[in-house]
Design a protein around this ligand. Structure first.
Ligand SMILES: O=C(O)c1ccccc1NCC(=O)[C@H](O)[C@H](O)COP(=O)(O)O
Length: 207
């Protein structure tokens, strides 16, 4: 079994970036969605990104953002991967000169295979729970809704934490996991111990 990659999302503080990198995160995410309690502006994100060493991917998360907004982010922040977490279509996600992943908001009756087919250029599909406010809600979804035969690497998210991530990895076998609320002391404030426990939980899943 491959090593499950780990992304920690919604970082706003220097100590949290350091804690994520130190714990072994493969990627860190900045939320560029102003209504979010985890929102950071581009200048702040650029400062935080300076703390990220090589081979840890810096991801920018957008929700229904305009073209100029994403372009401006890219001018200021060294983003290596774009995460589109809203109602974007394929044509809204390509053309920025960066790979992208697309979030799917999982719920009963949602046709994930059809959805995946509408993002042929995506590098991966991030499965999140359907929550008000688009994401970062700390809620799990029914993992049995995930069909087999997905054409893209699967990134599992939504309500993961140190207590459930090992079971999630064993059951779903995702390429990667993504967490925000589950490693927080408060919204936007990460907790170093919870980050370390979460990473250990992923590693435990591999036996
Ligand atoms: O974090 C937010 O506030 C947010 C707002 C709008 C869209 C997405 C958002 N976050 C997404 C993530 O942090 C993760 O990709 C994922 O949803 C995990 O969230 P959580 O359930 O809190 O672990």
């Amino acid at each position: 079994m491959h090593r499950t990659r780990i992304k920690i999302c919604g970082l706003t503080r220097e100590e949290d970036v350091r804690a994520a990198v130190e714990a072994g995160a493969d990627a860190i995410g900045f939320v560029f969605y102003p209504p979010s309690p985890r929102f950071v502006d581009f200048e702040r994100a650029a400062e935080l990104a300076r703390l990220v060493p090589p081979f840890v991917t810096v991801v920018g998360l957008f929700v229904n953002a305009g073209w100029d907004y994403v372009e401006n982010a890219l001018k200021t922040v060294p983003l290596q991967l774009l995460q589109f977490h809203g109602d974007e279509r394929e044509e809204d996600c390509v053309g920025f000169g960066r790979p992208y992943i697309k979030a799917a908001r999982m719920r009963q009756g949602f046709d994930l295979l059809k959805y995946a087919a509408s993002f042929p250029k995506a590098q991966g599909l991030l499965l999140d729970a359907f929550v008000e406010g688009y994401g970062g809600g700390g809620e799990t979804f029914d993992w049995s809704l995930i069909p087999s035969g997905l054409p893209l690497p699967l990134i599992l998210s939504g309500g993961l934490n140190a207590g459930n991530v090992a079971e999630a990895v064993r059951r779903v076998r995702p390429w990667a996991v993504d967490v925000s609320s589950g490693v927080e002391a408060a919204k936007g404030i990460k907790d170093a111990a919870r980050i370390t426990e979460f990473v250990a939980g992923v590693q435990n899943a591999h036996g």
